[in-house]
Design a protein around this ligand. Structure first.
Ligand code: PLP
Length: 453
């Protein structure tokens, strides 16, 4: 039986049908036929005129929501002057002044330089190129369940789904994956196991002096918003320092105040990364990425080792710079503080109302994951893989956009400056969707919309 969506969406359905004929299947992992037409702040409108609250922020690439007034003003002004002119063969002021601002944010006051790219993926590639060039070593360590993107290098580093590897090999050599220890393990396990596998590898098959860099998401995003355990991070950092290995923080999803600090790594005291990978919200809603690292690392490659026609384009840099300047204001910092408190209160209330379904929540600041469970035949709590999908599907029908991560995690990443009443309304919808799940009111037929990952 085909499920009839509880929404009036004829235009949306017609467009999805046309999309199917001309867009490659691998480019969509949409869970429902949401066809965006307009967006303002945290409100999204589809082509049929239905409104939705945004709990996804375009996968954390719209940290100030859609059509932010400060950003749009900067875009309008830059548009009148110059959209882009190849940054390899010329210079432009927004590219320079934005880089000046970004390096000023480098943790520990380190003197750093920027290399612009177009997205998060190619900036992961940049990190590998610079690390190899600077150290003269080849091996790279990344972590199980990490997501780094879809260029060949970034997808080699990614290990959260076989679908980013199947049929496309061979992948990049000399990239190694080790276990990640999150805040979901005890201090004792983080202490005992944290770097055990890496140290064993150093003894058995991977000479430590051939390792160029460790590249780690301080808060694994697509694994289900899982912060690294502080003991694991500290051990990893110490191991890097001991062996001359660069420690690179992957901030594509969690950077730009998403976690309550400018970079996620700033939650880990005493850790000063050698390099930082940025993407998503760096472009203030436009496409941009950047790798930044200590000056001497950034001086290790000659032109044109990592330059793209549109990297560091004036329009995206002007947009990102405007966002950066707004982030610095007291107004924004107060909003962020209040929203970060409210989001935790809302999640606590959701857990109180649904103790059997909401197992726990985790994350930092405005980057949160809610774990959805059910009881198996023996009464044990297990991840509710179908249930979490049913919740987001019903939420879509009721006017809330969010997605799932990992096996059973609801991804909660609204714009950082979402209006408090809309944040609350979003949680009211989640509450209703979970109630529908618990009462058996979301039929299995909706699962036919699930694809990807
Ligand atoms: C942690 C992380 N790294 C890298 C990427 C890749 O970024 P992009 O899709 O802009 O290439 C993503 C995208 O989701 C991400 O979440």
């Amino acid at each position: 039986m085909v499920y009839k969506i509880k929404k009036h969406i004829p235009e949306s359905e017609a467009l999805v049908e046309r999309d199917r004929k001309v867009i490659a299947t691998c480019q969509h992992l949409s869970s429902y036929p949401f066809v965006i037409d307009r967006a303002r702040g945290e409100m999204l409108t589809d082509v049929d005129g239905n409104e939705y609250i945004d709990f996804l922020s375009s996968a954390s690439s719209l940290n100030l929501g859609s059509a932010n007034v400060h950003i749009n003003q900067a875009i309008r002004e830059q548009l009148e002057k110059c959209t882009q002119y190849n940054g390899g063969y010329s210079y432009n002021e927004p590219m320079i002044s934005y880089a000046e601002r970004l390096v000023s944010r480098y943790p520990g006051g380190v003197k750093a330089k920027i290399c612009y790219g177009n997205c998060g993926s190619d900036c992961n590639d940049a990190a590998v190129k610079f690390a190899r060039a600077y150290t003269g070593r080849t091996k790279i360590i990344t972590f199980i369940n990490g997501y780094h993107g879809n260029t060949y290098c970034a997808s080699t580093m990614t290990t959260c789904t076989p679908r980013m590897h199947a049929k496309m090999g061979p992948f990049m050599p000399e990239i190694y994956h080790f276990p990640f220890f999150g805040t979901d393990v005890s201090d004792e396990i983080a202490e005992r196991e944290g770097t055990r596998a890496i140290e064993e590898a150093f003894q058995l098959y991977m000479p430590a002096d051939e390792v160029a860099a460790v590249i780690i998401e301080p808060i694994q995003g697509d694994a289900g918003i899982l912060p690294a355990h502080p003991i694991f991070m500290r051990k990893l950092y110490d191991l890097c320092k001991k062996n001359g290995i660069l420690f690179i923080s992957e901030e594509v999803q969690q950077g730009f105040w998403r976690t309550g600090k400018f970079f996620g790594i700033e939650h880990y005291q005493g850790i000063i990364p050698d390099g930082i990978i940025m993407g998503k919200s760096i472009g203030g809603s436009l496409t941009l990425g950047a790798f930044m690292a200590r000056e001497e690392i950034m001086n290790s490659l000659p032109a044109p080792a990592h330059v793209f026609t549109l990297s560091g384009n004036a329009l995206a840099c002007a947009a990102g710079r405007a966002a950066f300047d707004y982030y610095e204001t007291d107004e924004f910092q107060n909003i962020l503080k209040n929203n970060s408190c409210q989001i935790v209160d809302e999640m606590k209330e959701l857990k109180r109302k649904h103790p059997e379904t909401v197992d726990s929540f985790r994350g930092l600041g405005m980057s949160q994951g809610i774990l959805i469970v059910k009881k198996d035949s023996e009464g044990c709590k297990v991840p509710d893989v179908d249930g979490v999908f049913k919740i987001i599907f019903r939420a879509y029908e009721k006017g809330l956009i969010l997605i799932t991560l990992g096996l059973n995690v609801l991804r909660i990443q609204p714009p950082l400056n979402i209006r408090p009443e809309k944040l609350h309304e979003g949680f009211v919808i989640l509450d209703e969707a979970i109630t529908d799940l618990e009462e058996g009111n979301i039929p299995d037929e909706v699962l036919s919309y699930r694809h990807g990952w």
